[in-house]
Design a protein around this ligand. Structure first.
Ligand code: XIL
Length: 299
């Protein structure tokens, strides 16, 4: 195959990309994005601050620009993200307690009903665990509403759109030996045992010198899949874009039948949230990097 999306499709998977609405008018960007990828995540446009800037007043203008571009070009869409401590609108940052709990529920219902039946996977909850060795939840205004906020988010999401796969998404959870990974594993195991509706786990996979790729990532994917959830690599970027590391990540996904696909977190290095790391698959002039060829050959 000659594109990442077509190559991934040979094994029933997708190869996706994070899209920024304001870059779609850049023809180099849009040409690569349309040619190479068959799944799309909005990099920021479906987040809480973007979709509900004032309480109860939803705005899907930029989210729909990405959604419509994706669907018109035959791509599936990952929704990102409904409940998160970050990129909250200021009105939500200042809420707490039962008012915040209700605002979270209302937000999930508002966004998911707009896209009902149209989203392959939703990142319902993002980044709820703390970094480091504690294995604890991250402190946040949402956590302070009661530690059941995560399961309430998933139950609300299932009722709002039963057709979407519901994912928990996080970073620094790729290394099987890390406490954060084990804490996420215990949560997913508990949810499955108690019937909390969760379908998938997203591994962001922002690899750099502080949190490098480790070959036990494949074990992590296998262990989560064995709990009865799908897994996905949701925001892949690799500091320096080592071709061998990119190929290893792809091979880890391909080795796990429940790995749905891989999403890279941007098109060209200049489009990356960490552009100085040159972590992506395309150069700024649109040419393919060595990492691109390594990924295509691995697929
Ligand atoms: C990042 C975006 O890439 C940036 O443009 C934005 O300024 C901050 O958020 N984890 C996530 C993503 O789940 O939503 C984040 O995206 C990167 C880390």
């Amino acid at each position: 195959e000659s594109t990442l999306g077509a190559a991934a499709a040979q094994s029933g998977r997708y190869f996706g990309v994070a899209i920024a609405a304001n870059r779609l008018s850049d023809s180099t960007y849009a040409t690569i994005a349309n040619r190479e990828f068959n799944s799309v995540t909005a990099e920021n446009e479906m987040k809480i601050d973007a979709t509900e800037p004032q309480r109860g007043q939803f705005n899907f203008q930029n989210a729909d620009r990405i959604y419509n571009w994706a669907v018109q070009n035959g791509k599936e869409v990952r929704g990102h993200t409904l409940a998160w401590h970050s990129q909250q609108p200021s009105w939500m940052q200042s809420l707490g307690g039962s008012a915040l709990r209700q605002a979270m529920i209302d937000h999930i219902n508002g966004v998911m009903s707009h896209y009902k039946g149209k989203i392959a996977q939703w990142d319902v909850v993002n980044e709820a665990f703390a970094d480091g060795s504690s294995g604890a939840r991250r402190d946040s205004n949402l956590e302070r509403t009661g530690s059941d906020w995560i399961e309430v988010a998933f139950r609300t999401a299932r009722a709002a759109d039963p057709s979407a796969k519901l994912c928990y998404n996080d970073y620094n959870v790729e290394n099987w030996t890390w406490a954060k990974t084990q804490a996420m594993y215990r949560m997913v195991k508990d949810f499955k045992q108690r019937g909390v509706p969760i379908d998938c786990v997203g591994f962001q996979s922002h690899f750099n010198s502080g949190s490098p790729y480790n070959s036990n990532f494949r074990t992590t994917l296998q262990e989560f899949a064995a709990l009865g959830v799908d897994v996905a690599i949701t925001e892949l970027d690799i500091q320096g874009a080592s071709p061998t590391t990119y190929a290893a990540v792809v091979n880890d996904c391909l080795a796990v039948s429940r790995c749905l696909g891989v999403t890279v977190w941007g098109v060209r290095d200049m489009d990356s949230w960490r552009s100085s790391d040159t972590p992506l698959l395309f150069n700024n002039d649109g040419s393919k990097k060595q990492a691109y060829t390594a990924v295509l050959n691995a697929l």
